[in-house]
Design a protein around this ligand. Sequence first.
Ligand SMILES: [Zn+2]
Length: 108
Amino acid sequence: MMINSEFQADADKLEKFVSLYCRSHHKDREKESFDFLYQRVPVRIEGGSELCAECSKLLKYAIIMRVLCPLDPKPRCRKCPQNCFRSEHWKSLEEVMKYSGPRSIFLK
Ligand SMILES: [Zn+2]
């Protein structure tokens, strides 16, 4: 399987940000190791960080949105005409990014 290294690097970054956030904000929640495979690109995270169900869902969404972004180079999401982040997920992700990665790929 050919892993797309650019997407993979971003997916790994996102995984770090979300896990940092989850570790400090969701201490009391039950967690599971994050496992993810997106066949179409492909991008893979195996044996990832421990995440609660909510963060795990958010991370999957974020990775898929990153991978599916049709614009190259990828613009800042805030200025993007696609509006894929105009959703509840985007709000949660914004929280995560503010906390863990102010200069991440979504909020440069
Ligand atoms: Zn969490």
